[in-house]
Design a protein around this ligand. Structure first.
Ligand SMILES: [Fe+2]
Ligand SMILES: [Fe+2]
Length: 379
């Protein structure tokens, strides 16, 4: 099922691409050699994660002079491209018997890969668009570098999927996906958090498997450390962007920060609980994993957010479980269909919504934000 070398890109791999344009062109070319019957069916079910668009002119108007020193260090690091060539299979890539994989695990793992690939590509599209529309040299350069990384990440996940006879059709996604408009400040909160929680998720799995290699059922996890360092740097960039305007992290906006923290954390919890077989294969307790990722993300986000969520509050986990149950109920009701199904969806949604509001009402923990946002990945 291996794709042949695409014409015009002989010997070229997305891992070596130095720009997002090149990375995507290689994948597009390669896609011509793929013939997967399952692809279309899969594309249609790709409802999450979302794709975003924003007010690019407002983003373009950002002046980074107030954070210039840290900005230049970060950009220089990204320009030096420590992960060039990293995201491709090498001798560490063990053979995977996809046909022999337990069907429940296979289904959940493919779902994990597909949604991860879509998330990477969603970032890629947003960053690439910003680079294309902007004229501010600082901003366009940053977004070009981040888009380059995300294109590689998506390409690498597609390499893994290809072995299972699947791939995420990136060209199709660009056209078919609905784009959600977010004001720039919401893009900062949401994207900053998704980059940092992405780091925390990948490094937690990587460290766990480093200590317990017998549970590493697929070689892609070996690539997670360098991978999450890319995401860490992307998060650093958004922290600096927010730092340029103190209004973004004060006053009423603190409520928005709390809203996004709660939404991102609870979404992760609910989605992860939809993959019990995947976590069991990794020998990861889902509640432990969730809390561990929240703890790391909260610790990191103290670099820029004046509050953290109280994830040790007595109502925190019970309310997350309530949301998760409500979600399962909604899924069941959808499957059932008919009037009873509709009723079930409404009842489930009310239950989930109430639990979410109650999560929002848990008092947050104030935090003294440091003068410099600069952090190193230490986990
Ligand atoms: Fe990424
Ligand atoms: Fe990223």
């Amino acid at each position: 099922m291996n794709a042949q070398t695409p014409k015009g890109y002989q010997g070229k791999h997305t891992a070596d691409a130095t720009s997002v344009e090149e990375g995507l062109a290689i994948q597009e070319e390669q896609a011509k050699y793929d013939d997967f019957a399952t692809e279309k069916a899969m594309s249609n079910t790709l409802l999450t994660p979302r794709f975003y668009t924003t007010d690019f002119d407002e983003l373009d108007a950002i002046d980074v002079s107030s954070v210039r020193e840290d900005w230049d260090v970060l950009i220089a690091r990204m320009v030096s491209d420590p992960n060039k060539g990293h995201f491709k299979k090498n001798e560490d890539w063990d053979h995977i018997d996809w046909d022999g994989m337990e069907p429940g695990l296979k289904k959940e793992f493919i779902d994990f890969l597909v949604s991860s690939c879509t998330a990477e590509f969603s970032g890629c599209v947003l960053y690439k668009e910003m680079k294309r529309r902007g004229s501010n040299r600082d901003i366009t350069r940053l977004f070009q570098l981040m888009a380059r990384d995300e294109a590689r990440h998506a390409g690498f996940i597609n390499d893994a999927l290809r072995e299972a006879g699947l791939r995420v059709n990136l060209g199709f996604l660009t056209k078919a996906k609905k784009y959600t408009y977010f004001r720039p400040k919401f893009i900062y909160y949401a994207t900053y958090l998704s980059e940092k929680i992405g780091y925390a998720r990948y490094i937690t799995i990587f460290r766990h498997l480093e200590a317990n290699p017998q549970y590493r059922f697929h070689p892609i996890f070996k690539w997670f450390r360098e991978w999450c360092n890319d995401e860490f740097r992307h998060g650093e960039a958004f922290a600096l962007l927010m730092k340029t305007d103190p209004k973004l992290t004060s006053g009423f906006n603190v409520w928005w920060i709390k809203f996004f923290l709660t939404a991102v954390y609870s979404t992760m919890w609910v989605r992860d609980h939809q993959r019990p077989a995947f976590h069991e294969a990794l020998n990861v307790d889902m509640e432990w994993y969730g809390q561990e990722v929240f703890r790391k993300t909260s610790e990191i986000s103290k670099q820029i957010f004046p509050i953290t969520l109280d994830i040790d509050h007595r109502n925190w986990k019970p309310l997350l479980r309530r949301m998760q149950n409500a979600n399962a109920r909604i899924a069941e009701a959808r499957e059932k269909g008919g009037l009873a199904g509709k009723f079930g969806v409404i009842a489930g949604s009310i239950k989930a919504g109430t639990a979410f509001v109650r999560l929002l009402l848990i008092p947050s923990i104030p935090n003294e934000v440091p003068v410099s946002t600069r952090l190193e990945p230490v986990y």
